[in-house]
Design a protein around this ligand. Structure first.
Ligand SMILES: [Zn+2]
Ligand SMILES: [Zn+2]
Length: 394
């Protein structure tokens, strides 16, 4: 047994630097879980208070409220116990006290018993509930998966840039209603004229399985060319370079997409789907496949799916898209199937994985969500200034 007191080092009882061991028994795991559960619990309590602002009408009516309240209660009590354990076990109290503070705020706000005794008007702007549900779902699926079948086992869940990518995950889920509107709106507003009843009825009489394959092929064809344009056109590349600035690949890394990149790609990809008039059932399956596959191809998993890797986009296929090795640059644009890359000469899948990820030497992207959000616009303004000064001289 180790009776030594924990390494105190130069840092005090409350430090943002991790200097003590992170293994079981040192209060780090309990602290991390206390903070994560504290955020979940507090988020849920805020949803109880402001359902008209923070929850999505489409999913709100499906909540079994007594069950949700029970779960929130269990989450807050667990966060409290884990926070206490962490404070007890760890010299640095930052994690434990943060977890306990979150629980305290949630409790002061009424905890799991906040009454919802009014009719909630529809039309919430933010999807905090959507974010919390997705955060639970994705971490429950992917964190164990990436621990058990990691391509890079040495890579931690809290790898470089995780805070930035979690912010992307938070913002994109919180704004899901706005982005969905911006995805579907342009096609409906500008391409109604292109729909044809004969084509529509022909598409709708096909079996669902065929519709799903067709919608995936059509969507990926458009996505392929939009993605390729984002690489080829300098102004667009400034937005897309953000996605390529990830240096550690995992399920969360795929979230790092500039809003302009995400909205432009999704809205353009939806145009042919809308024109061809695919039924809602096929579109719903397509959306689920996009979410699952776009996350999975970034994941830190070692599976190579060799028998099908020529027709289905795999993690290795997309990991090469994130490599700055010379032969891999501007390759593997598809999300669903490498067929389009093979057809248009951009397929690259050697019998190994990339050694590292990120941008090549000439490109620079700042760190942090806000700086990354602003940087393409600043570049654009800088470029415009340069162009103005050039034209002044003539
Ligand atoms: Zn790209
Ligand atoms: Zn990617």
């Amino acid at each position: 047994m180790d009776h030594e007191s924990p390494a105190k080092g130069p840092h005090g009882h409350f430090s943002l630097r991790t200097t003590e061991p992170q293994s079981f028994g040192h209060g780090w795991i309990s602290g991390v879980f206390a903070v994560a559960l504290g955020i979940l619990g507090l988020g849920a309590v805020l949803c109880f208070h402001y359902p008209e602002w923070l929850t999505m009408p489409a999913i709100r009516r499906h909540y079994p409220l007594p069950l949700v309240r029970g779960l929130v209660h269990v989450v807050l009590v667990t966060a409290f116990l884990l926070g206490t354990a962490s404070v007890w076990l760890r010299h640095n109290k930052a994690l434990g006290l943060t977890g306990l503070t979150l629980v305290l705020i949630a409790a002061l706000l009424g905890g799991s018993r906040v009454p919802i005794d009014r009719d909630v008007p529809p039309g919430g702007l933010f999807g905090l509930d959507w974010f919390l549900l997705n955060l639970i779902l994705f971490s429950v699926v992917y964190i164990p998966l990436e621990r058990l079948f990691a391509k890079r086992p040495e890579q931690s869940v809290f790898r470089k840039g995780w805070r930035t990518d979690l912010t992307y995950f938070f913002v994109s889920n919180l704004l899901v209603q706005v982005t969905t509107l911006l995805t579907l709106g342009p096609a409906m507003a500008f391409f109604d004229w292109a729909r044809n009843p004969w084509v529509e009825s022909w598409v709708n009489t096909a079996p669902l399985a065929l519709q799903i394959v067709a919608v995936l092929l059509v969507a990926d064809f458009t996505q392929y060319w939009v993605h390729r344009a984002f690489h080829a056109v300098p102004v667009l590349w400034r937005f897309h370079a953000i996605h390529h600035s990830v240096e550690a690949m995992d399920w969360l890394a795929g979230s790092r997409l500039h809003l302009v990149d995400a909205i432009a790609t999704r809205s353009l990809t939806y145009v042919p789907i809308y024109i061809l008039g695919f039924p809602q059932s096929a579109i719903v399956v397509y959306v689920v496949v996009v979410v699952v596959q776009a996350t999975f191809i970034h994941a830190n998993v070692r599976w190579e799916f060799r028998p099908v890797r020529g027709v289905i986009a795999t993690p290795c296929f997309h990991h090469w898209h994130h490599s700055a090795e010379r032969d891999a640059i501007d390759k593997n644009f598809a999300v669903h199937t490498p067929i389009w890359d093979r057809l248009f000469g951009t397929y690259y899948l050697p019998d190994r994985w990339p050694a590292n990820y990120g941008l090549s030497g000439n490109d620079h992207v700042p760190s942090g969500w806000l700086r990354q959000f602003i940087s393409p616009f600043l570049w654009f303004l800088g470029g415009a200034e340069k162009m103005a000064s050039v034209s002044d001289r003539h």
